[in-house]
Write a protein that binds this ligand. Structure first.
Ligand code: NAD
Length: 491
């Protein structure tokens, strides 16, 4: 039986790549589609198309309001086709259909938000210190953007790059991950239908080598927006040493959740479950380190164990499933290996820790809870990107803060307490780009997102993020009609 084939989208056309690769369905481990593997020539064509489109009047001379309308139209198309996109994301990544449907519905709002922002980017007039000069600043689009996303939440992670880039007037080559690229390759059809001029958005997929390398080091690329792992980020920074592209990095995390004994443990447990077991833990903001005040530790662990045991794991296309498989065999094996090392170093698995009974194929892994004495245990220290919650008890507030900050990452954090003054003290002390208080995993197009330390550089989302896709042009106008005086004195 022949597998469905997905094309690349370059210069307004759907084209085949010279090579293809099989995409595997994580719920069975079997090939279900053929994906195009962009080679060096494909990437060069995509960047050339984006560069041409950047200067072409059909795009360059649109007003910001017109660009905004195109983005709003794209948002409406995403909303209309959310069902089809969600089905493909679920098929290609194993993320449950309930979650992909809800998330993609919200992706539409990201495009609408950036559409509305397009004509709110203002320049400035400066109170210059010279009597015969007028100086103003223009904000101009930065140029060709290389956007690179990982396999989890590809539509979502590309919206926070494409949205501000297009609103600002840039053109884009977006590289979908080689794992699960189907939803983004399908999304290309909506970009086409929305009516962006050809070459403004190009969507490719392929491997880090050569596609990612060629794209991020290309001389015509002025801006790189990357989401993925820290090791790849280091490659990207080496690549952009070639073209000096302005680069933002959204990387991994090992986010702490701190629960004090005064919190409503029953309610808190739902936030913790959502924080670590949604998307089978394959979320950059996963609340994977749980620090619980000792007085509440055993009770909270009992509640969490009971809830984790009741999670329905199964076919991700089934509306009843609450957890699907991991996206790749690589992830499955990584999690098994880190858990084995953790147990060898003294951790205790009190829930899950293996393949669920009755699901012999695919990359399913049980929701897992591990008790650990401190931060030295591998499952507490390393990003697993899977459904593993590590629990450590603490005795007082300073110890909780020290444990939470004892990491090179700094993406998100959570605090659960009813004590307002304590919450404010912790908000100041936690080293993370996001602090959620008495909630977890809330996101919005209106709010900047990004991390401290090894979790990245720059922010995505929010009104300021569009400025990262612009550069400033300073314009000087002499207003005097007198002849220009002494040319050898700088004025
Ligand atoms: P990855 O770094 O392996 O891959 C990400 C992308 O980079 C893929 O498209 C890949 O093809 C590309 N790539 C690989 N090598 C490259 C190279 N040399 N040059 C250019 N591009 C290259 O990440 P992954 O395993 O797919 O995703 C998981 C990671 O992503 C985790 O660490 C997770 O925390 C992180 N993540 C971060 C955020 C965030 O917003 N902070 C969101 C989601 C995921």
């Amino acid at each position: 039986m022949s597998l469905p084939r997905f094309p690349l989208y370059i210069d307004g056309a759907f084209v085949e790549a010279a090579e293809t690769f099989e995409s595997l369905d994580p719920s069975t481990g079997r090939a279900w589609a053929l994906m195009p593997a962009a080679g060096e020539a494909d990437v060069n064509r995509a960047v050339a198309a984006a560069e041409r489109a950047f200067h072409d009047p059909s795009w360059a001379e649109l007003t910001a309001t017109q660009r905004g309308r195109l983005l709003t139209r794209l948002g409406d198309l995403v909303a209309r086709h959310a069902g089809r996109l969600a089905e493909l994301e679920t098929r290609d990544t194993g993320k449950i259909i309930r979650e992909t449907t809800a998330q993609i519905g919200y992706v539409a709002d990201y495009y609408r938000y950036f559409g509305g922002l397009a004509d709110k980017v203002e320049g400035a007039h400066l109170p210059i210190d010279k009597p015969d000069m007028e100086v103003f600043l223009r904000r101009e689009p930065i140029g060709v953007v290389a956007a690179i996303v990982p396999w989890n939440s590809q539509l979502f992670l590309s919206a926070v790059k494409l949205g501000p880039a297009l609103a600002a007037g840039c053109t884009v080559v977006l590289k979908a991950s080689e794992d699960g690229p189907a939803p983004l390759l399908e999304f290309a059809r909506l970009v086409h239908e929305a009516g962006f001029p050809k070459g403004v958005v190009n969507i490719i997929t392929g491997f880090g080598e050569p596609a990612g390398r060629v794209l991020t080091s290309h001389p015509a690329v002025s801006r790189v927006a990357f989401t993925g792992g820290p090791d790849t980020a280091r490659h990207i920074l080496r690549n952009t040493a070639e073209n000096l592209a302005h680069t933002t990095l959204e990387l991994g995390g090992k986010s702490p959740v701190i629960v004090f004994a005064d919190a409503d443990l029953e309610s808190v447990s739902n936030a913790i479950i959502a924080g670590i077991f949604a998307a089978s833990g394959q979320s950059c903001v996963a609340g994977s380190r749980l620090y619980v005040e000792r007085a509440a530790h055993d009770r909270l662990v009992d509640i969490l164990k009971a809830k984790a045991a009741r999670i329905r794991i199964g076919d991700p296309q089934d509306q009843a499933s609450e957890m699907g498989p991991l996206a790749t065999r690589r992830q499955y094996e990584h999690i098994e290996a880190v858990l084995a090392r953790s147990v060898a170093e003294g951790a205790t698995i009190v829930q899950g820790g293996r393949r669920p009974a009755g699901l012999p194929e695919g990359w399913y892994f049980e929701p897992t809870i591990v008790l650990a004495a401190g931060n030295g245990i591998p499952c507490v220290a390393e990003e697993l990107f899977g459904p593993v919650l590590s629990v450590v008890a603490f005795d007082d507030e300073p110890q909780a803060v020290a444990l939470a900050n004892d990491t090179r990452f700094g993406l998100a954090s959570g605090i659960f307490t009813t004590n307002l003054t304590r919450a404010h003290r912790l908000i100041r002390r936690l080293r993370a780009g996001i602090v959620w208080v008495n909630t977890y995993r809330a996101v919005s197009p209106i709010v900047p997102f990004g991390g401290y330390g090894r979790s990245g550089l720059g922010r995505e989302g929010g009104a300021e993020s569009i400025l990262d896709y612009t550069r400033t042009k300073a314009v000087w106008i002499r207003t005097s009609d007198d002849p220009i005086p002494d040319p050898f004195v700088m004025r």
